[in-house]
Design a protein. Structure first.
Length: 293
């Protein structure tokens, strides 16, 4: 059984301007103006040399609260994200074999411990190593994402169960609670440079603030959620997250009745309080299907 608690979601308190907040510009997504289906390619178009898409972007001034010292107020069920201190034994994150054989195994046990899940299937991981001026051009050159987004729609989460689990197991698995959760960790040094911001789900109106975006792969199609700007959004981060700290980020939840957070918009951002000599951000994120008995 899950150890998380089902709660009645209530909106977080209005933002107050204190030293705990930073004023930044966040980039939001805008849907196609002609009402057509939103889509984005996962590969560079050889004809244009760009990532094909029909969505737009716009910047908005927002306040992001550093919640260090108040981490326990935010859980997977009420806010859609949760911070923990869990050191790792893995040292070489540049080696995919080490990541998949050692870090995956370690992280599966961490996710089970922290959520009460009975089964965890890791299906993907991404390293992000910030290099100023560089753009994404392949798995080894991924940069922090400067766009508010949700990695998986609920529709995509169901498709993921079909994609990664034996067909004969899927019907029973879909009868019980399941989630897609990302495990995000800084690697090598604290994430003072381009940290990760998360939006408290209690400040999000899903039908108004998000829209599905088809994710076009060379051989298949997935679906993410674009996030539109709202002045009601309450953004949070944990300043200076260390490699001993992780955040679990909920991307999807089969509980869709409004009693728990369904997902968490998130984005990287340029923190104006980052020391000038801070190392460039390096991080790794794992994506997991999480099942409960």
């Amino acid at each position: 059984m899950s150890t998380t608690t089902t709660v009645t979601l209530t909106a977080p308190a209005p933002v107050a301007t204190t030293d705990s907040f930073v004023d930044v510009k966040l980039t939001y997504s805008t849907p196609p103006t002609d009402g057509s289906r939103a889509w984005q390619q996962t590969f560079i178009d050889p004809q244009t040399g760009e990532w094909g898409k029909n969505t737009g972007r716009e910047e908005h001034n927002v306040k992001i609260e550093n919640i260090r010292g108040k981490e326990k107020e935010y859980t997977l069920d009420n806010a859609g994200f949760q911070y923990f201190k869990r050191p790792t034994k893995v040292k070489d994150f540049a080696d995919d074999k080490v990541v998949e054989e050692e870090y995956y195994k370690e992280s599966i046990e961490i996710i089970k411990e922290l959520t009460g899940a009975s089964r965890v299937i890791l299906f993907d991981h991404t390293r992000r190593l910030r290099v100023p001026g560089q753009t994404d051009s392949g798995p080894a050159r991924r940069q922090p994402v400067n766009l508010a987004h949700v990695d998986q729609s609920y529709k995509a989460s169901i498709n993921r169960v079909h994609r990664h689990l034996p067909a004969e197991e899927v019907p029973e698995l879909l009868k019980r609670r399941f989630q897609i959760i990302n495990l995000w960790r800084p690697i090598g040094n604290p994430a003072l440079d381009w940290p990760l911001a998360l939006c408290d789900y209690r400040s999000v109106k899903p039908e108004k603030d998000t829209y599905p975006v088809a994710l076009i792969y060379p051989d298949r199609e997935g679906e993410t959620l674009g996030v539109k700007y709202s002045p009601e959004h309450r953004w949070k981060y944990l300043r200076g997250m260390t490699p001993d700290e992780i955040v679990l980020i909920k991307c999807a939840d089969s509980i869709q009745d409004g009693s728990v957070a369904a997902f968490t918009p998130h984005t990287g951002f340029q923190d104006p309080t980052t020391p000038k000599d801070a190392p460039f951000r390096a991080s790794i994120e794992l994506r997991a299907l999480v099942f409960y008995d």
